[in-house]
Design a protein around this ligand. Structure first.
Ligand code: FES
Length: 106
């Protein structure tokens, strides 16, 4: 099985909400786990709900992932439950982004 990819949006709206810090913390917390790779993403189109984190191929999307909420995402990645309160994105938009990722556009 390939790696699980953790995409963290790094476009302007997410960045002003500390998406870079969120991404760096995720990288730090997941260091040493060869099954997971954290990568920047250009924009998921849910800019007002950032920082946005999309996990593939799980097809999990967590919004509003401020640095202090990174531990919830890490817990999920390590086998815990998905933080439902961060699952706020419109299902139609999710489908569109997941189709792009399925098509290899990342
Ligand atoms: S700026 Fe992050 S989703 Fe658009």
């Amino acid at each position: 099985m390939g790696k699980r990819l953790v995409f963290v949006c790094q476009n302007v709206d997410c960045r002003v909400r500390k998406a870079t810090e969120t991404m760096e913390l995720l990288k730090k917390e997941l260091t040493g786990d060869e099954s997971i790779e954290v990568r920047p993403y250009m924009c998921f189109g849910a800019c007002h709900e950032g920082p946005n984190v999309v996990i593939y191929p799980d097809k999990a999307w967590f919004a509003h992932v401020k640095p202090e909420l990174v531990h919830d995402v890490v817990a999920y990645l390590k086998g815990g439950v998905a933080p439902k309160e961060l699952d706020t994105i419109d299902p139609g938009l999710k489908d569109m982004i997941f189709q792009l990722l399925d098509a290899g556009l990342y």
